[in-house]
Ligand binder design. Sequence first.
Ligand SMILES: [Fe+2]
Length: 299
Amino acid sequence: MFKHDPTRAELAAAAGGSDLAPVQLLAHGFGGLFLTDTLEAYSSGDIARLHLATQDYGAVLVRSREVPSARSFESFGDRFVPMMQHLDREGIPQYPLEGCSKISVLLHNTASLKANAGARLFHHDGWGHSPIDPGLSMLMAAAIPMSGGSTLIADARAAYDWLSPGLKNLVDHATVVSRMAREHVEAEKAEGRKRADEFEHPLVCHNPVSGRKSLIISDRTVCIKGWSRQDSAPLLNHLQQHAIQAQLCLRHMWQVGDVLIWDDRWVKHAGASDVLEASERELWRLVASINTQTGEFLK
Ligand SMILES: [Fe+2]
């Protein structure tokens, strides 16, 4: 397990002789499907190979013959990098789950979707707290509705690649201002810090493992640094619509036990918007975040 964001050479060395490979790509080189009997069946080399695949394919889906327990899921996540205790523990109805200290529970039903419309918007988790960079996110389906309840993910690397050269040149050098997510604002308050609820981050992020760049934009992005909000709005709206066009998105229809892994720096996601009346979806979530000062993963 790495304490810091591993390089490609470190992951390749850790992968050793593992020849683990996806059995299928889910879309245009985005999303690799891996099949296994259990999560425990993966060797440490296989875990490093899965980590590399997450960087190369943007996202990885692990489907096990045996539905993983919460403990099995949590220890699987920790074998990649240290997963962190989620900031929004107060808001998690079943925390801690089965004695696990890092899994947060996402419950979606018609009422919760109505109450929290933001859950349906595309975003990159983690870009909401200045000393923290997002890292890996993992979701496991504990219960799925009779119909719908899918998760959308969008390839932020392809979103950058598909821009015209002139626009790439502009976004390459742009810093943007985004609104912090609610849980980060609450955490700031709880720790007695009085930071503004907006923060700056680059519009483009470089992935040193895959060598690719990604476009970091979401509905929380309010303006380009040095531009007025009025001037920024048309370009930000264009970039946001470009980044979530259908060709860049993958809709994952869950099976119970599915584990979907992505890196929030290269992948945007959106929650369910299609859970039907009297139906419920339960996902378990693990996240890893990086302290930008030390480069180490937060615990
Ligand atoms: Fe999210």
